[in-house]
Design a protein around this ligand. Structure first.
Ligand SMILES: Cc1cc2nc3c(=O)[nH]c(=O)nc-3n(C[C@H](O)[C@H](O)[C@H](O)COP(=O)(O)OP(=O)(O)OC[C@H]3O[C@@H](n4cnc5c(N)ncnc54)[C@H](O)[C@@H]3O)c2cc1C
Ligand code: FES
Length: 282
């Protein structure tokens, strides 16, 4: 049994969960994810290992509530156990010296960006972080991102914090201003639509761009094919070939379409779950 040690709210519908898992913590690297089941009848969902402590034997997950399983998970409390947890899974990020790296974090994409930025910072890169959210109250881990960056920029869609607008604006401005200054790589992690537009901008400048794809997963072992994506004209499985890919080669429209394939079932499941929890409320 895998015990939850701590669960707290970071922002509306975004939670931080610390889990005791010495075996996973020992092997965790930036870019890895876990797959968990909340209960015996539940589905398996992938979540990034956003932080870990090898000494304490813990891993940290950041979860945004979008449907039934994330809702069930974030209603657990410290002391509860998960039915199953496996990992670390996926290929870790390649940590090397790119000279200057721009890290773009959109929404809950802050969680996977943080450990990658930390490792690139330790490796001696100049790290520029652009963190974006719809509004100020949805920003989290700002202190953590600042601690692993040389330059830190915030954008909010509604202008309640930092620059008014989307993350793509400062990204484009930096590339226009500094593209001759050895920007070796851009990391963009967040909603697929954000990663698509970041990749579109960087392609014009010929700047290498890595994205972490959030395709729907079922088995996460390369057997079912649900997480398949097209990268450079080849079929790839996000679970075993990724989750990181070259953003310039991803077929974004296919990914965006495939993210919606179970939408009617997901809506039905969520309505059923919420109705059930209300019936059981005292
Ligand atoms: C490698 C990887 C790492 C991820 N890391 C995180 C993370 O750190 N924090 C976090 O909050 N979320 C993360 N996700 C997304 C998370 O897995 C989904 O939000 C979750 O599975 C949704 O389950 P649900 O039952 O609550 O919602 P559902 O009802 O299943 O789905 C609701 C919505 O989420 C989308 N969705 C469903 N399943 C997935 C899926 N497996 N991946 C992506 N989108 C999905 C659907 O298209 C739908 O729009 C990650 C996904 C991948 C592939
Ligand atoms: S989730 Fe089944 S092949 Fe990747």
């Amino acid at each position: 049994m895998t015990k939850i040690l701590h669960i707290s709210s970071l922002a509306p519908d975004i939670f931080e969960i610390i889990i005791k898992s010495p075996d996973i913590a020992k092997k965790a690297q930036a870019g890895h994810f876990v797959v968990l089941m909340v209960d015996e009848k539940g589905e398996r969902i992938p979540l990034t290992i956003a932080d870990w402590d090898k000494q304490k034997g813990t891993i940290t997950l950041v979860v945004m509530v979008v449907g039934t399983t994330t809702a069930k998970l974030t209603r657990l409390t410290a002391g509860d156990s998960l039915y199953a947890l496996v990992g670390p899974m996926g290929h870790p990020s390649i940590i090397k010296n790119y000279h200057i790296v721009i890290m773009v974090a959109g929404g809950v994409g802050t969680a996977p960006i943080y450990p990658i930025a930390r490792e690139l910072y330790k490796r001696g890169n100049k790290v520029v972080v652009i963190q974006g959210a719809r509004s100020k109250n949805l920003l989290f881990w700002q202190d953590k991102l600042q601690s692993v960056s040389h330059d830190y920029i915030v954008t909010t869609d509604d202008g309640t914090c930092g620059q008014h607008g989307m993350v793509t604006q400062p990204l484009q401005e930096i590339l226009v201003k500094d593209h001759q200054k050895e920007i070796g790589c851009v990391y963009a992690i967040g909603p697929a639509i954000m990663m698509k537009f970041c990749s579109k901008i960087t392609k014009d400048f010929g700047t290498k761009t890595i994205v972490s794809l959030n395709s729907i997963m079922v088995d996460a072992t390369g057997m079912c094919g649900v997480c398949r994506v097209e990268v450079g004209g080849h079929t790839r499985f996000t679970c075993v070939d990724g989750p990181e890919f070259d953003g310039h080669l991803v077929d974004w429209d296919l990914l965006l379409d495939r993210q919606k394939i179970y939408l009617p079932e997901e809506k039905k499941s969520y309505t059923h779950y919420i109705k059930g929890t209300k019936e059981h409320d005292p």
